[in-house]
Design a protein around this ligand. Structure first.
Ligand code: AHR
Length: 497
């Protein structure tokens, strides 16, 4: 069997993994909100109409932050439609997804759901069809204590205490020509700058995210970030990145190596942000918010004709998809020094790790498992690991290392976790980790997500893909050894106390 090697050393510290990289996304799209987090007629709904089973799975997943209400949806959204008595809320045509939006759920309900789920909300404002005034009013509605028009209206509608939402996205994917009100980098940069200033006047403690590119393959990628940041550098904290992956023309070798592209996109956006920093002679560093990432199969274009909560983009995830999701999480962890926020898109039903049946159960898709494990054990400091070993050939990325690995060390507990993807479709891999730099190290557990490439979890067979315990790794001569099944993602846990 082929072998890969690397060294685990606490001195090779990249940075602390920010808990906010464990974020997700709830958009008014398909059945994510209606039939997803909210289904008042469901037997397991609470008194606010939220599905308890979805709340339980959200907590189990370990999500910390949830972005809302879009996505493309936000670029035509009028947030005022979805406040106040439900019977008076208008039904609107959502032009982004050709859906009928009932506005039964709005910012007050979402904030209440976040409190129940134990997550922080991350709001997006509409910088497509709207602008400065509406964004500032929404911040006032959410965060101003009392005594103004919008804050008093919030209290009148039942939320006396402010929602205190601190993380805000300045629009969504404004580089995308599919947006009704698509903008040039210059126009968006100027609008984002003005909006940020107004929002900060209402609440100075906000953290703001400027829109980066919708994908690395956008023709404007790079130039877009540079120009947007030149306009917004002093008033924002983050630049966003979005990426979705899928196997193209049956090319699973490249699909399993999707993390190569995620790594490249992160490095390129960091370089652009730091170039603008140098150009502006700024002391401030802009970090990255990877606020949409996932595997996504269904192409936009499936949209229904003005239905309420149609079943859109309900991808059913395979074992191969779970392995890719695991490797994308490896990429985020290894860039802990600059990627300090991230949201997998989306939480429930729409390209999601949680699937629900209307009136029926909720269950975990294959991708749920690497997320839960990486969120649970990928805590503390990210450690740089540099594997050497065999390579695999991919049509898209050329020759890439068969082992994709990263690691974390929790300084509070002394626990370590190695996250490892075997990118070979067919060959197992022996891994040899030099742990001589660690004192009293003890292997604890090896959990692996592997199996048949196209296997999926379904409502009738919910446990076809679950993490499976492997042999506990062997410690010998200062080395920890374990074996990775073909096409697998694993977490190997070590203790040092
Ligand atoms: O997550 C689904 C969609 O993907 C979002 O609405 C949009 O931002 C992206 O293109």
């Amino acid at each position: 069997m082929k072998q890969a090697k690397f060294t685990l050393d606490p001195a090779f510290r990249i940075g602390a993994v920010d808990p906010r990289v464990r974020g997700s996304f709830v958009e008014h799209l398909g059945r994510c909100v209606y039939g997803g987090i909210y289904e008042p007629d469901h037997p397991d709904a609470d008194s606010d109409g939220f599905r308890n089973d979805v709340l339980d799975l959200t907590r189990e997943l370990g999500v910390t932050t949830v972005r809302y209400p879009g996505g493309n949806f936000v670029s035509g959204y009028q947030w005022e439609d979805a406040i106040g008595p439900r019977s008076e809320r208008p039904r609107r045509l959502d032009l982004a997804w050709k859906t009928l939006e009932t506005n039964e759920v709005g910012v007050d309900e979402f904030a209440a759901w976040c409190r129940k789920a134990g997550v922080a909300p991350m709001m997006a404002v509409n910088l497509g069809t709207r602008g400065v005034q509406e964004a500032a009013a929404l911040v006032e509605y959410c965060n101003h204590p009392a005594g103004s028009y919008w804050s008093d209206l919030r209290a009148k509608y039942g939320a006396k205490e402010p929602h205190d939402i601190k993380i805000w996205c300045l629009g969504n994917e404004m580089d995308g020509p599919w947006q009704i009100a698509h903008k040039s980098a210059r126009d968006y940069g100027i609008l984002a700058n003005q909006t940020a200033k107004a929002m900060r006047l209402v609440d100075p403690d906000l953290e703001l995210v400027a829109c980066g590119s919708s994908h690395r393959r956008m023709a404007t990628f790079g130039a877009w970030e540079a120009e947007v940041l030149e306009h917004t550098y002093n008033v924002v904290d983050y630049i966003s990145l979005h990426s979705y992956y899928k196997p193209k023309d049956g090319d699973f070798a490249s699909f399993l190596a999707s993390g190569v592209e995620m790594d490249a996109m992160i490095d390129e956006v960091v370089a652009t942000a730091d170039f603008v920093k140098a150009k502006l002679r700024s002391k401030k560093t802009i970090n990255l918010s990877y606020d949409e990432w996932n595997v996504w199969y269904h192409e936009p274009g499936d949209e229904s004709e003005w239905a309420v909560a149609p079943a859109l983009f309900q991808d059913q995830y395979t074992l191969a998809d779970a392995v890719v999701v695991g490797s994308l999480l490896n990429s985020l962890i290894r860039h802990a020094d600059r990627v300090t926020m991230a949201c997998f898109a989306q939480l429930v039903n729409v390209i999601a790790p949680i699937t629900t049946v209307n009136g029926g159960p909720a269950y975990r898709q294959s991708t749920f498992h690497p997320m839960r494990l990486a969120f649970q054990y990928g805590v503390g400091d990210a450690l740089r690991v540099e594997p050497t070993g065999p390579e695999v050939e991919t049509p898209e990325y050329g020759s890439v290392p068969q082992l994709d690995a990263t690691a974390t060390l929790d300084p509070e507990t002394g626990d370590l976790a190695v996250f490892a993807t075997n990118r070979s479709l067919t060959e197992p891999l022996q891994v040899d980790v030099d742990v001589r730099a660690l004192k009293d190290v003890r292997p604890v557990e090896h959990l692996s997500v592997h199996g048949e490439r196209d296997a999926v979890n379904t409502v009738d067979d919910q446990e076809r893909i679950v993490p499976r315990a492997q042999d506990v790794p062997v410690l010998e001569d200062g080395r920890v050894r374990f074996e990775l099944p073909p096409m697998s993602w694993s977490v190997v846990r070590l203790a040092t106390t």
